[in-house]
Every structure is written in C-alpha cells, then in structure tokens.
Design a protein around this ligand. Structure first.
Ligand code: SAH
Length: 567
C-alpha cells in the first residue's frame, strides 16, 4: 500500500495533456518534464537517472513513454528486492495504461484509477487480480498482511478452484469476486490476534492497537513486544507508540518507533499522571478496550484500524528553508519535500507566494510583519502543537534571514516543549551565489558578505567592517544595499570602498536574479552609481584581481582567479 503521490514523468509537450488528466486524479502529484523540451512542475535532466532516483526514494512512478524504456531505466535496480513502489507506463495519448512493477504496493489499483481517469481499460496481467477483481494480498491502508509466503499459497489455492470464508471485518473485499462459501476449508481472517498455526488461513491484521509507555526508558521495544505477545496480539496489529509529551525530544523513542514500524505520538498530561493507562485515556478518541493491565506498557485495542493522526499529537517539526533566488530549479529537493509535507507555512508574504501554490489542507500564514522574532516564536508555538511548520526565506535561510532568528527565539525561550520540536535548517542558494554563477566566478577567491542595512546594527560598525574588508582586498557581496528608508548609505559605503580600490575594479550587479525579468551585468567601480541599485539588487565588488573577458567578442565572463598576488 502506498499513499504517497506519484511522480508523473513526461519527455515532451505531446504528453502534457494526458499527464495533467492523471495529475487531477492524485492530489499533490507533480508532473516532471525533461528540461528544455517541456515546461512542467518539476524539471529533470536525464530520464534514466531521474527515474532511478525517484524509484529508490519509493516514489510511485507514472511514466508517459514506451514500457520498454521505463523497464530499461529501472532494470539496474531490480535485483535488489527492496521496497518496490508502483511503476506504470502510460501511452502519451492516454490510450494504454500498463502496470509494470509494485504488485504489492498497489500498482494494479493505480492502473485501474488512471485507466478510469483516461476512459480506457488497464492492461492488468496479474491472475489473482483478473479473477477476483482485487489483489487479496494487498489490503488497504490500516491493514497488514501477516505473511506473504502464506498469502501466495492461499491465492494459488483459490486460483486452483477452492473457495473461502471471510472471518472478521474486511469491507474492501465486499466488491471482490471471491469464490465464497461459509463451509470452505480456506478462510480469510481479519484479526489483531497473532497467527494460531492454521495453514488454511490468509491472516490480515487491522492496525488497531496503541501501546502507551510512561517513564519506561530501557528495552522499550522488548517491553512492547512482550505486552503484545502476552495478550496474543500480532506485532503487525500495532499502529501507534504513545508517550508523554515531555519525552517528545528523545531520539531513542524515534528509533524505537522506527524499529517497531509504527507511528510515534505524544500526549500532554501532568508529569505526575504519566502512567500508561492515563495516557491512553487522554489520547484515544475512538472506542477501544484496555488490554494489558500492568506497567510499564498499556495496550488499547480499538474496534477498527487506528489512524495515528487521531491519537494524541505528533512531536511537531519546524523546517527553516531557503527557496533559493526564485527559480524553482534552484531550490534544493529537501526544501521541496519539507514544503510538500508542511501543515503550516510561515514567512514574509512575497516569499510565501514564491513557495506556493499550496494545497487546500495547508495553512499559510503570510505576513508583512517585519518583526522576525515574533514570527519565529509563532513558528515554535505551531510546531509545539504537533504541526509540521515550514518557515521560508529567500536565498539561504542562514544568510541575513530567518534561521538565526529562529535559533535565537529557541535559545532565549527555555521552553521545554519548543526544545522538543524536531528542528531542521535546510540551505538554499544565496543571492550572492546565484548572481556570481550568472556572471561567472567573481567569488572564486576569498570574499565576504555584508549587509548594508543599519536597521539591526549601528552604521559605524558597517563603516568599520567595510574599511577592513576593502583594505584586505576581499571581494565583497553587499546585501540590502539600499532601501527607501536608507537612501544615503550606499553612496557612503562606495566612498569608503573607493579609498581602497581603483575605479577600474570590476563590479557585478544582479537584479531579481532567478526571477522574471532578472538581470546580471558588470561595470567598473568608476561607473557605479547608487541609482543603478535597489533593494532587489546584489552588488559584488571585485578584488584587485577580479577581471572580465569575452569569448570571441560574444558572451562576457567575470572571475576572480584561484591564486593571489599583491598588485
Ligand atoms: N537570505 C537571502 C538574503 C536576504 S537579504 C539570500 O540568502 O539571498 C535581502 C537582500 O538579498 C536584497 O536586498 C538583495 O540585496 C539580495 N537579494 C535577494 N534575492 C535577490 C535576487 N533574486 N536577486 C538579487 N538580489 C537578491
């Protein structure tokens, strides 16, 4: 069962319309287009490498090209029988849908869904599927097949002509064309109970059990397993590990939940009442019975699969990300993933808009509020409620942006709940790097980044730093060079620079780099006027060795050599 959105991959504009029709069927799915051939949501450079990367990440793949091409691309990864996401080939014109891989991850179900969206018949080849209209070995979310080996034998018995009983609740089989009979030797049994040794059963466990721990901090996984087996419950029936909120920051708990293969959730109760039973009583929102009586683990058994998000709350996560200069291709994939997983997005309005569009279920807290510390605290408050929060900055979040404010808010607060939030800071392409790359390599040797804004530091500190940087012959990247509220500062800064650098010094100006209408050019320090610069401009002042040249009188490049000598 795989519920992540598929990547819909196309090679040219001819497939775009079909791709969009498939996309409409899967919320969150993106269309990946070959760079230079077709504009889509995500650009990629080489089909084989791109498909293999997505496959290894477990992303379901819907590829609009010949099945043979898809098979050749993925083939090198197939001998390793690891997690196998669904892989389908779809004809560009939408006339054929061919499930290729991922039988146990729901590829045939996807084939039916896509075929339905395209009004064609899917090319299903799995015998069990064809005969019964469903893959009996692929129960829906919230259920787990006890044993694949046993399951395969069961299905081949059915295919050989046997019939089956169904014991327990299996609503997804209601429409299946299974040969049923109440007196059958074979039985599909849906139960949280562990296998009782019967060879005539297909055992499916609803993930309906929540295990709560209080202060237990050693051999947690063993204690949980013990509690399950003492109650005759299958390990696969466990859905959630529940702990007191005070323990949300413990990495061991994350590891234990991963070992058990379950979700980790928390619940707020006073420290004195963090007994496992109390936690269950406070966190469970669905009908259930309490199983194990004794400490240190208590078990709750619900009457149906438990949706982990309905139990207590998550640890909460805050990702501080950089969007890069603007062009989506210059955003790191980890930042894209954080945005996709976000429940809440915060940041300065312009950047939040740049990070979108967002799904209807994502809350956007765009604000013109210039108070960064307040915004940072807001982010922690949301994350502490268990939400997945993303704070966006342009460029890199650590360069004159939100990451430092977020850390300062955490440092100052002493709030234990904030401290337990899963915090990550993801880098981005800063304006200086984006500008430099377009110009060539002006930052090829030692350089510094300076903000000319005196909003957050006294002007004399800026002058002093400029003087030292200029005297040291460092290349200088100026952020926040001017604004309406700071009209004279850039001229003053240039006066200082001119005391140390000749008028021939190369200067690079990048305006709106990576955004529509973006422009990068180079001039000399002598030509530079403050009117050429606004708050969306990056100013790179070269060192004495920064130089420009043109190739055959055409394209011009600026670079600072890798070596240094005094001039
Ligand atoms: N965190 C950002 C910088 C924020 S300070 C980063 O790492 O890029 C804002 C300043 O960055 C602007 O005043 C401008 O000098 C520069 N800047 C940001 N984006 C830019 C872009 N796309 N083109 C040119 N300069 C940019």
């Amino acid at each position: 069962m795989n519920s992540t959105a598929p990547a819909i991959v196309i090679l040219g504009a001819g497939a775009l319309e079909t791709a969009r029709r498939i996309q409409a069927r899967y919320p969150g799915a993106q269309v990946h287009g070959l760079a230079g051939r077709v504009e889509a949501d995500v650009a990629y450079g080489e089909l084989g490498a791109h498909l293999r990367e997505l496959y290894m990440r477990g992303t379901p793949l819907v590829v609009l090209c010949a099945a043979g091409i898809v098979i050749r691309c993925i083939a090198p990864l197939l001998s390793d029988k690891g997690a196998e996401p669904p892989v389908l080939a779809v004809a560009e014109d939408g006339s054929a849908v061919v499930p290729l891989l991922g039988g146990l991850a729901g590829v045939n179900r996807m084939a039916r869904e896509i075929a339905d969206a395209l009004s064609v018949a899917p090319a299903i080849t799995t015998s069990g599927e064809l005969r019964f209209g469903t893959c009996v070995l692929n129960p829906p979310d919230g259920y787990a097949l006890s044993s694949l080996t046993q399951g395969k034998r069961f299905v081949s018995d059915l295919l050989a002509g046997e019939s089956t009983r169904i014991e327990g609740e299996a609503p997804w089989l209601d429409d299946a064309q299974l040969p049923r009979s109440s007196g059958a030797r074979l039985a599909i049994r849906v139960t949280p109970q562990a296998w009782n040794g019967s060879a005539d059963e297909l055992l499916i466990h609803p993930r309906s059990v929540v295990a709560a721990i209080g202060g237990l901090d050693e051999n947690i996984a063993e204690h949980v397993q013990h509690a399950l087996s003492a109650n005759g419950i299958a390990s696969l029936a466990l859905a959630v590990l529940l702990a007191p909120i005070g323990r949300a920051g413990e990495v061991t708990l994350t590891a234990v939940a991963a070992t058990l293969g379950v979700a980790l959730r928390f619940v707020a109760t006073p420290a004195t009442e963090s007994k496992p039973h109390t936690l269950l009583a406070a966190a469970m929102r669905v009908p259930h019975e309490i199983l194990a009586g004794d400490l240190p683990v208590a078990l709750a058994l619900a009457h149906a699969p438990v949706d982990p998000s309905s139990v207590g709350q998550a640890r909460g996560r805050l990702s501080v990300i950089g969007l890069g200069p603007g062009d989506a291709r210059l955003m790191v994939p980890a930042a894209r993933d954080a945005l996709d997983a976000a429940t809440d997005v915060l940041g300065y309005e312009t950047y939040v808009t740049m990070a979108g569009p967002f799904r209807a279920d994502q809350r956007v807290h765009g604000t013109d509020n210039r108070e960064e510390m307040q915004r940072a605290r807001h982010a922690f408050e949301l994350a502490a409620q268990g939400r997945s929060v993303v704070m966006v900055s342009s460029g890199d979040p650590g360069v004159f942006a939100m990451a430092a404010a977020v850390l300062e808010a955490l440092h100052e607060s002493g709030n234990a709940r904030w401290a337990s939030v899963e915090l990550e800071i993801l880098p981005g392409v800063s304006a200086a790097m984006a500008t430099a790359a377009q110009a060539g390599a002006p930052l090829g040797h030692d350089f510094c980044m300076l903000s000319l804004s005196d909003n957050l530091k006294p002007w004399d500190v800026i002058e002093n730093r400029l003087r030292h940087a200029a005297a040291a012959d460092l290349v200088m990247a100026f952020y926040n060079p001017v604004s309406r509220a700071r009209p004279w500062q850039l001229d003053r800064a240039l006066d200082i620079v001119r005391e140390f650098r000749s008028p021939e010094t190369t200067v690079v100006l990048g305006r709106n780099v990576g955004r529509p209408g973006g422009q990068v050019r180079h001039i000399s320090l002598g030509e530079l006027r403050s009117e050429m610069v606004d708050m969306r401009t990056m100013v790179i002042i070269g060192s004495s060795l920064t130089r420009a040249f043109s190739v055959n009188g055409g394209e011009e490049w600026v670079y600072t050599p890798r070596w240094y000598r005094q001039v």
